[in-house]
Design a protein around this ligand. Sequence first.
Ligand code: ADP
Length: 426
Amino acid sequence: MSWAAGTQCVAKGDSRRAKAGELAYRKGDILTIVNSALRKGCYTAINNSTGEEGLISSTSVREREALRVDPSLSLMPWFHGKISGPEAVCLLQPAEDGLFLVRESIRHPGDYVLCVSVSGEVIHYRVIYQDNKLTIDNNQYFYNLIDMIEFYSKNKSSIATTLTKPKQKQGAKSAELELSKAGWLMDTEKLTLGENIGEGEFGTVYEGRYMGQRVAVKIIKCDVTAQAFLQETAVMTKLQHKNLVRLLGVILNKGLHIVTELMTKGSLVNFLRTRGRSVVSFTQLLRFALDVCEGMEYLESKKLVHRDLAARNVLVSDECVAKVSDFGLTKVDWKEPDKAKLPKCSTKSDVWSYGVLLWEIFSYGRQPYSKMEVKEKVEAGYRMEAPEDCPPRLYLLMRLCWEREPRRRPGFSKLREKLQSGLLSV
Ligand code: ADP
């Protein structure tokens, strides 16, 4: 096992710095790897709790844990929705300076109210929504509630006291706390943002550096969207495979920052379109197909269904390795016995999409027909034709993925075997 700079680990026990240069830590502390040292299994690391740097042995730490995908995980555990002023006052008992919550205004729909306990009383600050921004005093403006709470937790400004303690909504779990405990929260101070490298539907993607490592950072400003992305992030904490874009961690600062490994060559569809036949060899196409297949085989083994597999959601690394990304719609395979009540989705629908992806790869990024367009035709037995110059055995593979009966479609391990034998014979 080797760890890249920026990997976060959890200390298995206490270490009281036996020798000079060794790092001191307590059980449960999160340690960030800075680099690997000269000896095998030895790393330089920073203790996130103390900020100190020193040597550690890889056997005394474990990799951080996956986060449970839990709908009660909240970026705004202090948000109580529509409750009245008196209800808020009740919730903020016993009085404690700086204890706070945010509620939706009943009298002024669309506005919020920040309720803070100070000197035994509760003060209600109306938060006005104006020109897409929030303000209490027409002086400080915020894009969302998370930013506002962050600001007033550090600055008193025009309110009576800084916010020190959130009154959590019953049943809500603080995402910040859970992410931090599990070792996925990264330090905003160690991140340097660079160029804008992509626009997603819900956020902007930047290139950046985190402790010397090149990273990609997706920033989601809107708090409601950020909350939805939290589930995607939780899924990603479970996944570790060379053909899946790897989550490095999360930063909560002016919205949600999702930090992943940097895929310098962008999306597979653009890669193929901009280079074309003269540059990308047939063997390279087969490699991409195999890369994606291996990533999907791993997902399949975890009983997860991607549900949005397509060449636009596959990214290409500096070394030309293709990796699956965008786990926003990923769900548990409904065929699992105890999960039978979930909406129908199975690996075999990913296999169908994989067939389309193969078609996209071997046509150098041409636009396939959309599922909607051909729904009726597909039902009548229509299938896309082979891409230009596509070897028949590969087209045959696509057709297998497009079998009408899901159970007749091959699984990803079968597909991998077939692709591997294809690659060997090139
Ligand atoms: P969408 O919202 O359309 O699913 P994303 O927000 O995930 O898309 O990404 C938008 C674009 O940003 C991608 O098409 C890609 O070009 C770029 N991008 C996303 N993640 C990375 C990454 N890890 N490395 C490099 N580029 C990325």
